[in-house]
Every structure is written in structure tokens, then in C-alpha cells.
Design a protein around this ligand. Structure first.
Ligand code: NAP
Length: 268
């Protein structure tokens, strides 16, 4: 048995979308628990400011790699840069993502392409390229999906479908990795107060006016606790959990109708 004073081996986590919202809060919780970090998103200065605080306060190593992950080839560039810096990733958090609000016919196709490259392609490429090392170190993966993953989403059709991909891909991967010691958590938050709503230009969506949204800290705490425990699919919040289960028992046409009521414009 190692002596009681033996230091735990360092763990390094890559967190995408770490400049704001759920990703930034999650990275902060990890740093407070002594996890070394690689933070990535487009806004470098915001991440550098957090990194400086956490290095000083928690004594962790934090590397900031600013990058637009929706650019073709960017996920490969990120893993090459991580390797060039001699870093080994134990924990991978695929959190970067955004949504677009409005009918598909009125949404520029270029926006949907960008969304799919970030929410789907970058997540898949990063998982694939980092997986051999994560298996070797018996690490952990957390993919951030959404309650949107459980049903079609008129008014946010491409976003909902992208999160259904994240859910199904991650569940299947978790199954395939059984026995390797690697856990895959699919974290499915409901509406959360972050920069997400402004970027999606969805301030008029009914869902934002139905219930008070939790903040990113509260949601990140649930995410970090689920990832540490190696849980599978996690839907934080009782109402979110009930809706994600209930949807299985309703006729599909009714599901689309209900979903449209929630994601569509508020009547007030
Ligand atoms: N907020 C919600 O209601 C909600 C609900 C369910 C699921 N989610 C999911 O939670 C995750 C985090 O979102 P959030 O709510 O925390 O929103 P957020 O505050 O807007 O954060 C999104 C993060 O992704 C990064 N990002 C966006 N585009 C990027 C790009 N092209 N390349 C690299 N990074 C990029 C952003 O950083 P930069 O702008 O610096 O690039 C930011 O750090 C997303 O996957 C989202 O789909 C959110």
C-alpha cells in the first residue's frame, strides 16, 4: 500500500468550450479538485484570466489553446498541438456547442454546417484521436448533449438532431468501452442561463419563460459529480428527467407538436 502521504498521480483534462458558461464553470470545479487542465475555445483572453487565477489558487497546471473548433481540420490541429506540448489527456470533456433558433428554411445553410462541424464532427474527431491514450490511462469522457437529444425540435431542428447524435454516439461508445476501465458520461442539461441563448438568438423562445433556468455553476456541479462517478446518461433536474423519460411513451407526432410549443415563440 502506498504511504498515506503519497501524491495522487496528476490527471489532465481537456475541456472544450471552456471560455464561458457550463464549460468554464466545470473547468473551475476540476481545477479546485486538483485536476490539471487544457482549456480550448475561441476567446483566449477570457480563458487566460481564469487560468491565471486557478494556477495561483489551486496550484494546477493550466494550458490554454485558443481555437475555432468549427473550422475544418481544427480538432486534428488541437490534438497535434497537445501532443507537441507533451501533454497526455486523461479526461476529455466535449462541451463546446451552439444552437440556432428559427425554421430550417429561414436559417442560412452555412450556420447549420458550422453547427454540425462543432457539435458533431469536432466531438467525434477529438474522441477518436484521444481515445487510445484515454484507454491506456483508464480515463474518462464526458460529452455534453442536452434534453434536446430526446426528441425532434421544430424551431431548432439541426441543434436537436445534433444532440441526438451526441446521445446515441456516446451511449454506444460507453457500451463498447465496457471492461476497459474508461467511462463515458452523456450529460443532458435542460435550458441553462449562459451565453447560449444570445448566440442562438432565441430570447423569444417559450422555453425560456416557462421555468427559471439554473445557472452554469449549478449545472456544472451536477456534470462534474456525474463524470467523477462514471455515470452513463445523466439528466439533471427532476422536471428535465421526467420529460426525457415521458417522451418515450407519447405518439411521435404529439412529441413534435409539444416540442414545437416549448421551443417556438412565446405567446406572452
Ligand atoms: N445553455 C443551455 O441552455 C444548454 C442546454 C443544454 C445543453 N447545452 C450545451 O452545453 C454546452 C455549453 O454551452 P453553454 O450553455 O455553456 O453556452 P455558452 O456559454 O455559449 O458556451 C459555449 C462554449 O463553446 C465555445 N464555442 C462556441 N463556438 C465555438 C467554436 N467555433 N470553437 C470552439 N469553441 C466554441 C464557446 O467559446 P468561444 O465563444 O470562446 O469560442 C463557449 O466556451 C453546449 O454544448 C450546449 O449545446 C446548453
Amino acid at each position: 500500500m502506498p504511504p498515506a502521504t503519497a501524491k495522487r498521480p496528476a490527471i489532465t483534462a481537456l475541456v472544450t468550450g471552456a471560455s464561458s458558461g457550463i464549460g468554464a464553470a466545470l473547468a473551475g470545479l476540476m481545477a479546485a479538485d486538483g485536476v490539471d487542465l487544457v482549456m480550448t475555445a475561441r476567446h483566449g483572453p477570457e480563458m487566460e484570466a481564469m487560468a491565471a487565477q486557478w494556477r495561483q489558487r489551486h496550484g494546477v497546471a493550466v494550458t490554454v489553446i485558443p481555437l475555432d473548433l468549427a473550422r475544418p481540420g481544427a480538432a486534428r490541429e488541437l490534438t497535434a498541438e497537445i501532443e507537441r506540448r507533451g501533454l497526455a489527456i486523461d479526461y476529455l470533456v466535449n462541451n463546446a456547442g451552439f444552437g440556432t433558433w428559427g425554421h430550417f428554411s429561414a436559417t442560412p445553410v452555412i450556420d447549420s454546417e458550422e453547427l454540425l462541424r462543432l457539435n458533431v464532427e469536432a466531438l467525434t474527431t477529438l474522441t477518436g484521436l484521444l481515445l487510445p491514450g484515454i484507454i491506456e490511462r483508464r480515463g474518462k469522457i464526458m460529452n455534453v448533449a442536452s434534453t434536446a437529444a430526446f426528441q425532434p425540435g421544430p424551431h431548432m431542428a439541426v441543434y436537436y438532431a445534433s444532440k441526438a447524435y451526441v446521445l446515441h454516439f456516446s451511449e454506444a461508445l460507453a457500451f463498447e468501452l465496457k471492461g476497459t476501465g474508461v467511462t463515458v458520461t452523456t450529460f443532458c442539461p435542460g435550458a441553462t442561463e449562459t451565453g447560449f441563448q444570445e448566440r442562438a438568438r432565441m430570447q423569444k423562445a417559450a422555453m425560456l419563460h416557462l421555468v427559471k433556468m439554473p445557472g452554469s455553476e449549478e449545472v456544472a456541479r451536477a456534470a462534474w459529480s456525474a463524470m467523477r462517478a462514471g455515470r452513463g446518461v445523466v439528466v439533471p433536474g427532476l422536471l428535465n428527467w421526467l420529460l426525457s423519460r415521458g417522451v418515450r411513451f407519447a405518439p411521435r407526432r404529439m412529441v413534435s407538436w409539444m416540442s414545437a410549443m416549448v421551443a417556438g415563440p412565446s405567446r406572452n
